[in-house]
Design a protein around this ligand. Sequence first.
Ligand code: AMP
Ligand code: FE
Ligand code: FE
Ligand code: ZN
Length: 285
Amino acid sequence: MRIDLHTHSCVSDGTEQPADVIASAAAAGLDAVALTDHDTTAGWAGAAAAARARGITFVPGMEVSCRSSEGISVHVLSYLHDPTHPGLLEEIARSRAARVTRAELMVQRLAEDFPIDWDSVQEQVAPGATIGRPHIADALVAAGVVPNRSAAFSGILTARSPYFVAHYAPDPARAAGLIREAGGVPVFAHPVASSRGRVVGEETFAEMIGAGLLGVEADHRDNPGPGREWLRRLAKDNDLLVTGSSDYHGTGKPNLLGEFTTDPAVLVRIAELGTGTAVVGPLPH
Ligand code: AMP
Ligand code: FE
Ligand code: FE
Ligand code: ZN
């Protein structure tokens, strides 16, 4: 089985509808795919229906935005959690609300120098979607300021840019704990993605493991090679699962479905450990 456990739809910052992500996954020859939109599970129903129709396996997931005590952005993937768990719902609702205020502030700053405004950014956001910098990037692309999202992220929208504003996000150890409480399987997404900015130190890994982290996404294009090996060693020493995935965002990023995959035995373990909701479709045997 070919398994990709990290993708985004337009319910967050991907460019395809959840059902179309499933269709693209089937077309890419994948047998199982997780939808892991940022801070929302609104895409699960559409993805599950499309997966049933196509006979491919769907793993309900989410990517929780976090910030470590050092102020570093951390993403924690959650698989198979109960989407109605109050503690986790409260945290993602708080992040999503903070993301709106933060986007407004960033757009205010950007509007002084570039031909975008709140309306032109809203045009890039699907109704109810989790807003993020990628949508601001899309407005900059539409205005002809940059050719694509990547160009926006390597300049105007970096965390070091004067236009950047941070938003509330939970501590990653707390998020891992809440995911476990909700019956989910927490996996640290692209943990050593140094191209995105600073990465966390060993204390944060230790705190997350102490709080119930169950896996690390070692095989991801943003983790440099030596970092992947370091993560495999960490996983071995701490009895963590190792996943590999694309982080597909439709046309929003160059990442291709199935460019990294997860071992079938790991998906079986995730399905055993996740008790908040069920995998849709057959598991590897
Ligand atoms: P935010 O959560 O609003 O701070 O924005 C971060 C999001 O931007 C992440 O989820 C990434 O998927 C996306 N992102 C980061 N770097 C890039 C890039 N170079 N090109 C496109 N999207 C990116
Ligand atoms: Fe994203
Ligand atoms: Fe991420
Ligand atoms: Zn992602």
